[in-house]
Design a binder for this molecule. Structure first.
Ligand code: NAI
Ligand code: MG
Length: 372
């Protein structure tokens, strides 16, 4: 029997290309693992009316970790048009499988390291080394949305003084409501995860990202919980920044920041910004981490125009595999894989199109294998 059971969820589009490349690397490392394929993505919505079938959910209950590629999501009308005729009109609703997976398995930490590997021509500046902790289960992703707005909610809003007097006599199909929901528990545990990480990895500073001056209830609660947690870590510097300001300051002074922690949506946005500072989507890796399960993925999507062309950069997914090795406790192997990736980047002999080269996805993975 293998030491690890790993769910292998390539998804669709370039998800398959980058996962094939990542498997080359893991196989070269002789990780003692059994890889169990799971169906997920657009194809299963079209065929079965469910992009995240129950059998895949069951699979995830019985593995040590999972690797996920990417999936295509389309707007509601396009989604309905592609559903098989027998399923149309049955009231099926397309919901992002990855958001469902994060909530269903309580994968409350989204960990996104953004490191500038030496010699990457896409680095904004050499030496950038940021880590983003994004809350992964609540906030504007809670899925509490109304369109059209039900009468009961419209009545409540109509009774509020500001700013809803604007909507008071407006027909309920003329506006929509998405609720931002943040809990004390959800805020506390993500901030604690960020501080624990900082402590373990000798990071000097944690920056709490919010917009509490405007979004007073939810971001106010997040900030308050964050401040309480920070008091437990007197050895780590803690500062606070508004989400808009941090977008400017990160670009201007990237070396003033270290670990950043934010509610779900702000974390999503600043982690894409931070990824672009160290090479773009081809380098952004991500871990969705809970108590029982962790799912590792590149932060990019399925880039349908490049699907199946063996063209895109697999490094984001290979670095996600490195994160998985760390999470499994295979620190030596994780460090070895990171060193090999870093060496292949520095060497610069093989580069995919985004790095200004013309090598394939497979060739990039093989260049990394050569350093293992
Ligand atoms: P995307 O991330 O798929 O691609 C945007 C562009 O980034 C691509 O056209 C390509 O130029 C570049 N790119 C992405 N990955 C790359 C790589 N590994 N190497 C080199 N270049 C790369 O975002 P887009 O086009 O907005 O979305 C496409 C589909 O992916 C949509 O259906 C979207 O809903 C879905 N998506 C899925 C995600 C997931 O599975 N976690 C995350 C984001 C989007
Ligand atoms: Mg994103």
């Amino acid at each position: 029997m293998s030491t690890y059971k790993i769910a292998w969820l390539p998804g669709d589009g370039i998800g398959k290309d980058v996962m094939d490349a990542t498997r080359l690397v893991l196989d070269r490392m002789h990780l003692d693992a059994e890889y169990l394929h799971g169906d997920i993505g657009w194809e299963f919505w079209c065929k079965e009316g469910d992009a995240f079938p129950q059998r895949t959910i069951d699979l995830l209950r019985h593995v040590d970790a999972a690797m996920f590629g990417a999936i295509t999501s389309k707007p509601v009308k396009a989604a309905e048009a592609e559903l098989i005729p027998e399923l149309r009109g049955k009231g099926l609703v397309y919901r992002s499988p990855i958001v469902r997976m994060r909530q269903m398995f309580d994968l409350y930490i989204c960990l996104r390291p953004c490191k500038a590997y030496a010699g990457n021509p896409l680095n904004l500046k050499e030496g950038i080394d940021l880590v983003v902790f994004r809350e992964n289960t609540e906030d504007l992703y809670a899925g509490v949305e109304f369109s059209p707005v039900p009468k009961e909610l419209a009545d409540v809003l109509g009774k509020l003084s500001r700013p809803f007097h604007v909507f008071k006599d407006m027909p309920t199909d003329q506006y929509a409501v998405s609720c931002k929901v943040n809990s004390k528990k959800g805020s506390e545990r993500i901030v604690r995860a960020a501080f624990e990480f900082a402590k373990k990895h000798n990071r000097r500073k944690v920056t709490i990202v919010h917009k509490a001056n405007v979004v007073r209830a939810t971001d106010g609660l997040f900030l308050e919980e964050a401040r309480k947690v920070a008091r437990d870590y007197p050895g780590i510097q803690c500062d606070e920044a508004n989400v808009d300001a941090i977008c400017m300051w990160l670009l201007k002074n990237p070396f003033s920041y270290d670990v950043l922690v934010a509610p779900n949506l702000y974390g999503d946005i600043i982690s894409d910004l931070a990824a672009q500072m160290v090479g773009g989507l081809g380098f952004g890796c991500s871990g969705n981490i809970g108590q029982q399960l962790a799912v590792f993925e590149p932060s990019h999507g399925s880039a349908p125009k490049y699907a199946g062309q063996n063209k895109v950069n697999p490094i984001a997914t290979i670095l996600a595999a490195k994160m998985m090795l760390d999470w499994l406790g295979e620190k030596e192997k994780g460090a070895h894989l990171e060193r090999a990736t870093s060496a292949a980047i520095k060497e610069g002999r093989v580069r995919t199109y985004d790095m200004g080269g013309s090598n394939s996805t497979t060739e990039m993975a093989e260049a990394i294998c050569a350093h293992l």
